[in-house]
Write a protein that binds this ligand. Structure first.
Ligand code: F6R
Length: 606
């Protein structure tokens, strides 16, 4: 989604801004732009499409300004176009904006009545005209405060001014914003990744705050304009791997990396000497928690559903899983013995962050399971469980899904043991099994050739279904989501036992249906459901685990068998052929796998 960069320096800033915008490309965007200030004039360049195009365009004209802002836009208000790309500028100010201004039409009406002329369809442009209007009668700080008070909605802003040759204003409500410190220059960024190549010294703005950046100073203010102090944090030096190497796509690389990311995570959480799961610095006693609420969006929500299953199987705790955008507007009953777990790869998802904020405001115990440990969700939760996957660049989440499930499994197992709901022998056996997981994930990647041959039926289909029961139901949802988002094929994940209650009517001759039926306690039931869809013409791709027992049905179109492991851990293996199915279907259709249409990696607006 949208990304912001700002730099004030004693040397020209445009090439550094472009380089930082390239770091933000992974978030998903449709247009890009930059504005710098030179000799009292704001110079703005924007284009639809890639940062590379912007770079080529500005290389022809040499932008020399020493203060500037840049942006990658993911359209919300107004179509993707050069005109709607950010920055938006008047003669006196230029603005980049992430988020949504909810009262933009009311503000626009007020500004039009005052004679302001709007050029774009965006909500952002009201910010430009508001500041321009207030600057007529007020000093800069008062104008910013007045403008911020007028805005409803969520935003992160970067602003430069015609009459201020060494100044950027940054402001935050809802959407994240970071400040970086360099030698004779300072930086603004919508996340620390954008700034990492320039500095490892970072501060984060909290909601309602704004900052004034000059090349040799940074000042922070609260929503009333009172100066505040900020901690400077040092980012870890580990750069992470942003290179796709010999892979055609980041997604392919990230799928193949899973044995390694799982191994890293196992090594971080399992103390092999003491044969124990380490949840370092876990701040609560187990008897302080009686209920666990898991919250996330999309794939992260699916890992919440998976964890719900494990917590239910292993503990007597009261468990629920919720979609963040639903939870945040629900009438929730907050209780002291609830633990709220927020699952998010990016740690910046607007709905998940808002749900966390709501829990914090109600003084609840909060824990986050994140990949990006410097993210807003990690910083604002009481306790953080990182998934140790390294950067995930492909828009479709793959290795992070396995990482989220793994950390949540560790958590459920450890709590079950601490609560004496499983005995030591069982606990140690499960830890022992976990150690085998990386190798089995690796072996399961070999199912690729079989899956590749199934793709044609999906590519040509009008729609498809993914069926599973118990632990296989969240995996069915995840498999269907991957196929929709990458191959743009309608796919529904459904509990296999629900088919008779309506969806069976969708089955017609030749329809591809993925049936997930590991040989667990649901096996026979799921196989019966499979027979029902086969009888109505479905082409079934059965995913199960290896066994000497025969499968109880003829007429299965294709069977993929994953490795054998304890039932609890089968979802990790079964996910892999489903990731491959979506990848190869999208590849066959020639789609942009790492940047599927209409989607963004980091969903920072609601
Ligand atoms: C799907 C996908 C999304 C994300 C969702 C939440 O492949 O990636 O559904 O899982 O947008 O994102 P995070 O985990 O960053 O909160």
């Amino acid at each position: 989604m949208c990304g912001i960069v700002g730099i004030t320096s004693n040397k020209p800033v445009s090439s550094s801004i472009i380089n930082s915008l390239k770091k933000l490309e992974y978030r998903g965007y449709d247009s890009a732009g930059i504005a710098t200030l030179l000799e009292g004039k704001i110079n703005e360049f924007k284009c639809e499409g890639r940062v590379k195009t912007l770079e080529n365009n500005i290389s022809k004209i040499k932008m020399l300004g020493t203060v500037g802002i840049g942006h990658v836009r993911w359209a919300t208000h107004g179509v993707p176009s050069t005109l709607n790309a950010h920055p938006h500028s008047s003669e006196s100010v230029s603005v980049v904006h992430n988020g949504i201004i909810e009262n933009s039409s009311t503000l626009k009406k007020f500004l039009v009545e005052k004679g302001h002329i709007f050029k774009s369809q965006t909500d952002t442009e009201v910010i430009v005209h508001l500041i321009t209007e207030y600057l007529k009668d007020n000093d800069l700080k008062t104008s910013i405060l007045k403008m911020l008070k007028k805005l409803h909605g969520s935003f992160a802003l970067g602003i430069i001014f015609k009459d201020e040759p060494d100044l950027i204003i940054g402001a935050r409500r809802g959407s994240p914003l970071a400040v970086g410190y360099g030698p004779n220059e300072n930086y603004l960024g919508s996340d620390s990744y954008a700034l990492k190549s320039m500095t490892n010294k970072i501060s984060y703005l909290n909601d309602g705050e704004f900052c004034v950046l000059k090349k040799n100073s940074v000042d922070f203010f609260d929503e009333n304009g009172k100066k505040i102090n900020k901690k400077i944090l040092e980012l870890s030096s580990e750069e992470g791997n942003y290179d796709k190497g010999d892979y055609k796509h980041f997604m392919a690389k990230e799928i193949e990396e899973q044995p390694t990311t799982i191994k890293n995570c196992v090594n971080e959480y399992i103390d092999k000497i003491n044969k124990d799961i380490n949840l370092l610095n876990f701040p609560w006693k187990q008897n302080e928690i009686n209920s666990i609420k898991l919250i996330g969006c999309g794939t992260a929500y699916h890992s919440c559903l998976m964890a719900k299953h494990w917590f239910e199987q292993l503990t007597d705790l009261d468990i629920s899983a919720d979609i963040a955008s639903e939870f945040r507007y629900r009438k929730n009953k907050f209780k002291k013995d609830n633990l709220y777990i927020f699952v998010s790869q990016s740690g910046e998802t607007a709905d998940t962050f808002a749900a966390l904020d709501l829990c914090n405001k109600n003084d609840m115990k909060t824990c986050s399971v994140v990949n990006v440990v410097e993210s807003s969700i990690a910083r604002d939760s009481n306790f953080v469980l990182p998934i140790h996957c390294g950067p995930e660049i492909g828009v479709a989440s793959t290795k992070a899904f396995l990482g989220q499930m793994l950390v949540l499994y560790f958590f459920s197992l450890k709590l079950a043991y601490l609560r004496k709901e499983i005995n030591k022998e069982k606990y140690l056996k499960k830890i022992q099994t976990l150690l085998k997981l990386p190798d089995l994930v690796k072996k399961t990647l070999e199912t690729e050739t079989q899956i590749q041959s199934s793709c044609n039926s999906f590519v040509d289909a009008k729609g498809s279904m993914f069926l599973g029961r118990g632990a296989s139901f969240p995996i069915a949802l995840e498999g269907a989501l991957k196929l929709k988002e990458l191959a743009y094929i309608h796919a529904e994940g459904y509990p296999a036992g629900e088919m008779k209650h309506g969806p069976l009517a969708l089955i017609e001759n030749g329809m591809p249906v993925v049936v997930i039926a590991p040989r667990d306690k649901y096996y026979n039931k799921t196989i019966s459901n499979m027979q029902e869809v086969i009888a109505r013409g479905a082409k079934v791709l059965l995913i199960t685990n290896k066994s000497n027992d025969e499968i109880l049905s003829e007429n299965i179109w294709q069977t993929v068998e994953v490795e054998n492991i304890e039932d609890d851990l089968l979802p990790f293996l079964i996910t892999i052929p489903l990731q491959k199915l979506a990848y190869h279907s999208a590849l066959k259709k020639g789609y942009d796998i790492d940047k599927p249409r209409n989607l963004a990696k980091s969903v920072t607006v609601e």
